[in-house]
Design a protein around this ligand. Structure first.
Ligand code: DGL
Length: 282
C-alpha cells in the first residue's frame, strides 16, 4: 500500500471535480494531488449506470497507476452509482462525496426537509435519499435533476447576475421551494460555482451543502486518523485529462480559483483497466 508521501488521487468526469481539488489544496497544503478529469467522455450524468461504472473503473485504474494512497471520486454521479462491491475491493481507500454531504445535511436541517439537486443519474440513483435516511429515517427528501446547469457553467454562465442561469434555476428550484426545505445539497461538482444564484433564490435561511467541501474535510479527518496526513512542505498538483489540454487550461481557473496552474498531460484512459473480483490488479 502507498505510504504517507504518496499523492492523493482525485477524479471526475471532467473539470468540475476541480472544485474539490481547490478545497483539498486549501485544507491540505502539504499533500500532492493527482487529478484525472475525463474531459473526452464528459458528461457522465446523462449516461446509463453501466457506462458510468465502466468509465469510473478506468479512471480509478489510471489513478492507481500513479501510486496514489487514497482515491477520491469528486464526481457526484460516480459517487452515486459506483457500487461498494467495486470500491471495497480497491487496494487503497476510496471516498465518494455522498456520505459526508448526506451527514452534513442531516446535521444541518432543523425541519427535516432536505432538498437535493444533481445530474439525472445522481437523482435517479436516490443515493442521497438512502444515505440521509440511514442517519435520519424521518427526513423528507425532495430531489430534482438539473441537467442544464453543467453546460451553463462550462460555458461561463455562472456570474451572480447571469439572467439565463437565474431563469433556469428558478424553474429547477420550484419543487424544493414548494417543499419548503431548509437545507439544500448541491449534489454536482459544478453547482458550487452557481451557489450565489441558488442562495439568492432560496433565501438566507436555507443552508447550502457543498459535497466537495464536505469530502475534503472527511479526507483530512481520515488521513489524520490513519497517520497518513502530510502536514509539512508544499504539496503539488498534477492534472491529467482525456481530451485537449488547451481546453482544460482555459477553463480550469474557474474551478480552481487561486490554485490555478500546474502541469497538465493528456492520457488515453481506455488503456487502463481495473480488474474486479478476486485479486485486485490494474
Ligand atoms: N461531475 C458530474 C457530477 O458531479 C457533472 C458532470 C457530468 O455530468 O459528468 O455529477
Amino acid at each position: 500500500m502507498a505510504g504517507k508521501n504518496a499523492p492523493i488521487g482525485v477524479f471526475d468526469s471532467g473539470l468540475g471535480g476541480l472544485t474539490t481539488v481547490r478545497e483539498l489544496r486549501r485544507l491540505l497544503p502539504g499533500e500532492d494531488i493527482v487529478y484525472f478529469g475525463d474531459t473526452g467522455r464528459v458528461p457522465y450524468g446523462t449516461r446509463g449506470v453501466d457506462t458510468i461504472v465502466e468509465y469510473a473503473k478506468q479512471d480509478i485504474a489510471f489513478l492507481l497507476s500513479q501510486n496514489v494512497k487514497y482515491v477520491i471520486a469528486a464526481c457526484g454521479t460516480v459517487s452515486s452509482t459506483l457500487p461498494t462491491s467495486i470500491t471495497q475491493q480497491l487496494p487503497v481507500p476510496y471516498l465518494g462525496v455522498v456520505p459526508s454531504a448526506a451527514a452534513a445535511a442531516a446535521a444541518a436541517t432543523k425541519t427535516g426537509r432536505i432538498g437535493v439537486l444533481g445530474t439525472p443519474a445522481t437523482i435517479h440513483s436516490r443515493s442521497y435519499e438512502k444515505a440521509i435516511h440511514a442517519i435520519s429515517p424521518q427526513a423528507q427528501i425532495t430531489a430534482t435533476a438539473c441537467p442544464l446547469f453543467v453546460p451553463l457553467v462550462e460555458n461561463g454562465y455562472f456570474g451572480r447576475d447571469n439572467q439565463v442561469t437565474r431563469l433556469v434555476a428558478q424553474d429547477y428550484l420550484k419543487q424544493v421551494k414548494a417543499a419548503n426545505v431548509d437545507t439544500l445539497i448541491l449534489g454536482c461538482t459544478h453547482y458550487p460555482l452557481i451557489a450565489p444564484i441558488l442562495g439568492d433564490l432560496m433565501g438566507p435561511d436555507v443552508v447550502l451543502i457543498d459535497p466537495g467541501w464536505e469530502a475534503a474535510h472527511a479526507a483530512r479527518n481520515w488521513l489524520a486518523q490513519q497517520k497518513l496526513l502530510r502536514t509539512e512542505g508544499c504539496g503539488t498538483a498534477r492534472y491529467f485529462v482525456s481530451d485537449s489540454t488547451d481546453n482544460f487550461r482555459q477553463l480550469a481557473g474557474w474551478f480552481l480559483g487561486e490554485y490555478a496552474g500546474g502541469e497538465v498531460c493528456r492520457i488515453r484512459v481506455d488503456d487502463f483497466h481495473l480488474e474486479t473480483g478476486g485479486e485486485q490488479s490494474i
